[in-house]
Design a protein around this ligand. Sequence first.
Ligand SMILES: Cc1cc2nc3c(=O)[nH]c(=O)nc-3n(C[C@H](O)[C@H](O)[C@H](O)COP(=O)(O)O)c2cc1C
Length: 136
Amino acid sequence: MLIRLLYISRAVGAITTTMTGSILASARVHNRVAGITGVLCQGQGLFIQILEGERSTVNRLYATLIKDKRHQDVELVAIEEIQTRRFPEWSMAHVVISENDPIVQLKHPEFDPFNATAEDLLSLVDDLLAQSSPIH
Ligand SMILES: Cc1cc2nc3c(=O)[nH]c(=O)nc-3n(C[C@H](O)[C@H](O)[C@H](O)COP(=O)(O)O)c2cc1C
């Protein structure tokens, strides 16, 4: 049984390249083995992450993630059963959100994940992925 889980959180301190690098390194190794795919969007002190995979595997990862001291205010936005993955090709794609990004300015001007619906967030992630070349 496949699910998709979407959560948001606030980074603890500044998001540095070293921090992102180490998160992505463990994510890519672990997710590949665990059959998890998804996207990590990061920027302006925030994370938006989508995880897809078997329900029990995604739940186990989420339980680990919420204890990670590199972020706080972890808020579960949506969890749904899915037939097919939206991001099958990425063990964890990485997208940087910048407030100067035309996508954010034109289509999501009042961007605030903590006040956005799951639908808005998914559409933001789709827009960001479509115009960037995320790293696999
Ligand atoms: C915002 C954020 C996203 C993360 N995403 C993942 C992920 O997709 N997969 C993963 O295995 N770990 C992820 N982590 C790291 C986990 O919380 C945890 O540190 C890691 O699974 C432990 O792996 P290790 O034993 O290789 O250090 C994330 C951490 C943060 C702060």
